[in-house]
Ligand binder design. Sequence first.
Ligand SMILES: NC(=O)c1ccc[n+]([C@@H]2O[C@H](COP(=O)([O-])OP(=O)(O)OC[C@H]3O[C@@H](n4cnc5c(N)ncnc54)[C@H](OP(=O)(O)O)[C@@H]3O)[C@@H](O)[C@H]2O)c1
Length: 297
Amino acid sequence: MAIIVTGASGLLGSALGQALRDEGREVVRLVRRKPQGPDEAFWQPSEQVIDLSVLDGAEGVVHLAGASIGDRRWSEAYKRELVASRVEGTRVLVDGLREVATPPPVLLSASGVDFYGDTGDREIDEDQGKGTGFLPDLCERWEAEAVRAGEAGIRTVRLRTGLVLSRKGGALGRMLPIFKMGLGAPLGSGKQYWSWISVDDWVGAALHVLRNPDVTGPVNFTSPSPVTNTEFTRTLARAVRRSAMPIPVPAFALSLGLGEFAREGLLPGHRVLPRKLADSGYRFAHSSLDEALRAVL
Ligand SMILES: NC(=O)c1ccc[n+]([C@@H]2O[C@H](COP(=O)([O-])OP(=O)(O)OC[C@H]3O[C@@H](n4cnc5c(N)ncnc54)[C@H](OP(=O)(O)O)[C@@H]3O)[C@@H](O)[C@H]2O)c1
């Protein structure tokens, strides 16, 4: 019985894969190239191809695949890839899960707190509805494909992940060189809330959810203490022993430099609380940003 992981080479997939192997669990990575051993199997979501034999009787599936949201400027073609890699990828996987004789009991499927759009400084939890914009629409379509696994009787958890703090990449990996040069600055008004989670807690929460049969539906993967962008900037600058620039980067300059990603990914605020993780008894290793950055860096 193996746990099947898509997007296994990514920031979260590699961290979770390692943690599962450390627990003595068997992990099979679904890869989009020729498999290189018994712990890899083939899928090519863009061609609707998937190796059903590894899904049949698996212990669980963790689906993390998707073209990177923050690595490059969004052209219209790249936006189509962001959507296709998630919506069609999830469809291919879930079609496969619905087809096998013995489907796994649980699917963890990635999503993001971007689902909520801009919700200002109000605290929100999983009951909050979808926001407006490209990313909320993308998350809705992505999650709708995962929900089809739930309809087929597979416990399905949609991981509404916030900004994951890891030294190895993601948003923090991109910000670190700038902050280390003393050039970190608040973005736009700086008042927008950023909901973050340390990579250790993301992995811990994923293991908790895999083990806990009562957890289902959308689950916020964020720490209990989201902070404003200004607070985030100050805390990160302190963590790398530099000062932050006193003048914020204006929203128009961010839009000019980073395009739609700035307007969708950096400037909207969501103050997201992890109600379902807390209610199901998950204990965070890092609840304050200061502590999390110290651990991560
Ligand atoms: N990290 C965060 O802060 C964060 C926040 C919110 C949501 N999420 C979501 O959580 C998931 C995992 O995040 P991550 O940080 O681990 O992402 P990541 O490092 O970018 O990894 C994603 C993985 O998806 C696969 N992939 C890349 N392009 C693809 C394409 N065009 N079609 C199909 N698969 C493709 C690759 O794995 P293979 O080469 O092994 O197939 C890649 O390593 C993503 O869907 C992301 O949107 C992450």
